[in-house]
Write a protein that binds this ligand. Structure first.
Ligand code: ACM
Ligand code: ZN
Length: 545
């Protein structure tokens, strides 16, 4: 078997040395249909870029920006078509109705990208970027190819947790760029956590002035070797949020904001203790005994260690609902996408069991138990979110105690939640910890601290978002999948990059490429080129020694 594979690789290498185009066509994610032919087109600074409709101007500027950053020149953007140019046309009739479908043709006379809308031409430009040479040069040889391409899934996402560690606007934009370079289209921004509230809410200024900062952080892997005794924090102003959302929009990426409820709310409770069932119980009482606290131990504080905490929002207090609705009201104008993520995961029920107000709510509403109370909260919030014309997303715990009417489920504790939701005709985004948690180690010899787990590149590549338990009709409820980047052990951008690359590249192929074209051996061969692209982007990445 091994010998056969070696022989095959030798044959491929021999063939590629005769036919030079083999080396240069390493597109990730693999296009649906690709035919290489003889010939090439050379892009130089005199090559015009033709936009047939004004809606492609921002994409043309995007390419210019990429060329400027990595090759040192830009192209003239013109409206009159001609040969020996790069033509973007987004007013075409396409056979595919899939959002983002495009056709790409390169050859001696130029490059033509056709699509039915500007998102398709943008993906055509991403494909062109993948065909650019890997050395800086003033003349960029593009091999002759014909491509008919479209995404397999409508939701192709990645999440970034900015609560455990805060990341600058510049890095968030870089992360969005990485998604765009992989034809991904959703950025899930996890904005609130026990360890920090990161979005300015004008009606509740203490959310960021108090909730945005913690006094210290445990050192190293949980439970930690002491506390770094260093104040840490940060937040985004609403102007910065708008800037990021617009930046993502230019890259055809929708930002999904997550405001966690009713758990993971310690930072909000530190700012507004009345959100807790027990406002007078200090945070230190909920702090694990084997972790080290730093500083003032009185009152409610932003958390200094990782995990799940019993101090959650009181679901019996109307103040909680007023607060959450006010927060939603303020974020609605900032996020034009259709989804609002309300978390819903990992909410311990211990406080609710002891809280007279929560118990009263259970009784008054004839709820089954505290899980019923969680559903009550999520369903009430869903009605509110729906009344504003938006769709609610929650982690799969929102299934417990009855699913809200038209909520979308993110299945993270395996695929069971997603399967149950799809069978129940609810839309699903697959994010199982087993396959797409990018905080897991990607090698068994991991030198750096990670949260644990082991998700190799091959494992993520092997992921199939449609569970075999679903029939064809049920499978339609699976919108796609998402990689999750929880940042307990990612304090710096370079660590995030190390954790996402090359796994994000594998995930993009899982989400974009037709199942029939997926091939691990081919993908592995393409990663050699992809590592060189990471170098061009000056991105850090993991590479097996
Ligand atoms: C999660 O990983 N707690 C959604
Ligand atoms: Zn309560």
């Amino acid at each position: 078997m091994m010998i056969q594979r070696k022989f095959f690789l030798l044959l491929v290498a021999a063939f590629c040395s005769i036919v030079s185009f083999c080396q240069t066509i390493n597109i990730i994610p693999q296009p649906a249909k690709l035919t290489a032919s003889k010939g090439k087109f050379v892009i130089s600074k005199t090559t015009p870029m033709v936009i047939l409709s004004e809606s492609d101007r921002s994409t043309a500027l995007y390419l210019n920006n990429y060329l400027k950053s990595h090759y040192g020149f830009t192209l003239a953007i013109v409206k009159k078509s001609g040969s020996k140019s790069i033509i973007l046309g987004s007013n075409n009739k396409m056979e595919s109705s899939m959002q983002g479908a495009y056709r790409f043709q390169s050859g001696n006379s130029g490059i033509v990208i056709k699509a039915a809308s500007s998102v398709g031409t943008f993906y055509g430009i991403q494909t062109l970027i993948q065909l650019l040479p890997l050395q800086k040069s003033a003349s960029l040889e593009i091999p002759a190819v014909e491509i008919a391409d479209e995404p397999r899934f409508a939701y192709r996402g990645a999440m970034l947790d900015v609560g455990r560690h805060f990341f600058s606007v510049d890095f968030v934009k870089k992360y969005i760029d990485y998604l765009a370079l992989h034809k991904m289209n959703y950025f899930h921004w996890h904005l609130t956590e026990d360890q920090g509230w990161r979005i300015e809410i004008k009606q509740y200024p203490k959310l960021t002035s108090i909730g945005g900062f913690r006094n210290g952080t445990i050192i190293g892997r949980y439970p930690g070797k002491g506390n770094d005794e260093t104040a840490y924090g940060g937040f985004y102003t609403q102007e910065q949020i708008k800037d990021v959302v617009a930046y993502a929009g230019e890259r055809f990426i929708t930002v999904v904001p997550e405001i966690e409820m009713p758990g993971h709310g310690s930072a909000a409770i530190a700012a507004y203790p009345e959100l807790s069932c027990f406002p007078d119980t200090p945070t230190i009482n909920y702090f694990p005994k084997d972790c080290t606290w730093f500083g003032d131990t009185t009152g409610k504080k932003v958390q200094q260690t990782w995990g799940v905490f019993d101090d959650v929002f009181c679901a019996g207090n109307e103040y909680t609902f007023k607060f959450l609705q006010d927060v939603i009201n303020e974020i609605l104008p900032l996020f034009p996408g259709k989804y609002i993520h309300v978390g819903g995961d990992e909410c311990p029920k211990n406080n609710w069991k002891k809280c007279p107000r929560c118990q009263q709510r259970i009784k008054e509403n004839g709820l089954r138990d505290e899980h019923g109370l969680q559903s009550y909260l999520i369903q009430r919030m869903e009605k509110y979110v729906n009344s504003k014309g938006k769709t609610l997303i929650g982690w799969d715990e929102i299934l417990e105690g009855g699913l809200a009417a038209n909520a979308v489920v993110m299945s993270w504790r395996g695929e069971e939640g997603g399967i149950a939701a799809a069978k129940d005709k609810h839309q699903v985004i697959m994010t199982p910890g087993s396959h797409v948690y990018l905080d897991h180690s990607q090698t068994k010899q991991e030198d750096s601290v990670t949260i644990g787990g082991f998700t190799s590149l091959e494992k993520i590549y092997s992921y199939e978002p449609i569970p075999k338990e679903l029939n064809e009709a049920q499978a339609k409820y699976v919108l796609g999948a998402q990689g999750n980047v929880w940042t307990e052990y990612m304090a710096y951008p370079s660590k995030v990059e190390y954790m996402i690359f090359p796994r994000l590249s594998a995930l993009s192929e899982v989400l974009w490429s037709p199942k029939a074209t997926k091939n691990w051996e081919t993908f592995k061969t393409k990663t050699a080129t992809q590592y060189r692209r990471y170098n061009i982007w000056e991105a850090n990445y993991f590479k097996e020694k």
